[in-house]
Design a protein around this ligand. Structure first.
Ligand SMILES: Cc1ncc(COP(=O)(O)O)c(C=O)c1O
Length: 349
């Protein structure tokens, strides 16, 4: 693989204690181009702006997908990626749905490993610190013909991050009007447009004092789907309930990890449709103990209250919350503090 190293590292100018998520990028990126029916050899180069035609199809038809994963640094200075093979699989599932050519496992992992080795000083130790890794692919072919492109660019960029919503609990709105995804649509893909479509309803919800939206099914808005970039869990009495994944819900890697960890801790987990009425009823009769979201960015995030039909419902404080227990277990694995779940760790020496 060709490697062009940056002449001036930016790292000394970065205040790692006060990072705004997603604004600062490491010194290098990985890039690989698709043309003439195949992915060419990738290369590492300095992170910088690049030229692209105004007619590149991505700007007109949104043919783009992405992934999000985190790289952690263990106390022994190892770089630890959490289940990246799951991100790779989902990357190609998303690509297929958006008619983007799939990428080879070797390109994805060689690019990823090489980039992380080169920018390893950007991964900081300590709880909450991680390097957020963003692989993405977009239609770069200059043409505004409304069909899939013949040329694409795959890239990996990385940004240092602290924990999102650090130690906060958030307030969410259960959506009754807008939809994020529909049956037969692209909700299960990490398609760029899925996120753009959330911004306006989320902006409206923010004006009402909520941080995020809980999306409901697009037919009748009766069933809970997921939140902005999180899957959702509800603890009713001592049972955890989460919606099954479907073509309108992203198959979260944190979600499936939390389900496995919870089951191994003998917590009962049910994957089944969750109705909004059931949650409101459980809140009224006191059996709703916790709501939390799971996702790469937030890890496990408690939700302290929810709004539905112009009424706000606040959950009571709880000790020994499942969200705390599960978050601690998961982060111990991610930072390689715990020797369990070895198969989930992808260690770069
Ligand atoms: C829409 C959506 N749901 C759920 C998730 C959580 O998925 P994961 O745990 O794989 O990060 C994400 C984040 O990737 C997301 O964008």
């Amino acid at each position: 693989m060709k490697i062009i190293l940056s002449k001036n590292s930016k790292i000394e100018s970065v205040d790692f204690e006060n990072l705004e998520f997603g604004k600062i990028f490491t010194d290098h990126l990985f890039i690989c181009k698709y043309s003439n029916g195949k992915w060419n050899e990738g290369k590492i180069m300095p992170y910088d702006d690049f030229l692209i035609s105004p007619s590149a199809r991505v700007f007109h038809y949104g043919q783009a997908i992405f992934e999000g994963m985190k790289c952690f640094k263990s106390d022994d200075d190892e770089l630890v990626l959490f289940r990246p093979e799951e991100n790779f699989k989902r990357f190609n599932i998303s690509s297929e749905r958006m008619a983007i050519p799939k990428i080879k496992e070797s390109i994805f992992f060689d690019g990823l490993s090489e980039l992380l080795k080169i920018d390893r000083n950007w991964v900081k130790k300590g709880s909450g610190n991680a390097l957020y890794v963003r692989p993405f692919v977009f239609a770069s072919e200059p043409s505004i013909n409304a069909s899939e492109a013949l040329e694409y660019i795959f890239m990996i960029i990385c940004c240092p991050s602290k924990s999102y919503y650090a130690d906060q609990q958030i307030k969410v709105k259960i959506e009754e009007k807008y939809s994020r995804a529909a049956k037969g649509g692209v909700g299960y893909a990490k398609a760029a447009g899925n996120y753009a479509a959330q911004f306006y309803p989320t902006y409206l919800a923010k004006k009402e004092g909520y941080q995020q939206i809980i999306w409901t099914d697009s037919n009748n808005h009766n069933y809970i789907e997921e939140a902005g970039t999180m899957n959702l869990f509800f603890r009713i009495d001592d049972k955890l309930i989460t919606s099954p994944t479907s073509d309108s819900i992203l198959d979260g890697i944190t979600r499936k990890s939390i389900i496995e960890i919870a089951k191994n801790l003998n917590i009962e987990v049910e994957e089944r449709p969750v109705s909004v009425d059931e949650i409101v009823e459980a809140q009224s009769n006191g059996s709703l103990k916790e709501i939390f979201g799971t996702g790469t960015a937030v890890v496990v995030l408690p939700i302290k209250s929810f709004g539905y039909k112009n009424k706000d419902y606040s959950l009571s404080e709880i000790t020994n919350s499942y969200s705390n227990i599960l978050k601690e277990k998961l982060t111990d694995i991610q930072y390689n503090k715990s020797k369990e779940y070895e198969k989930w760790k992808f260690i770069i020496a």
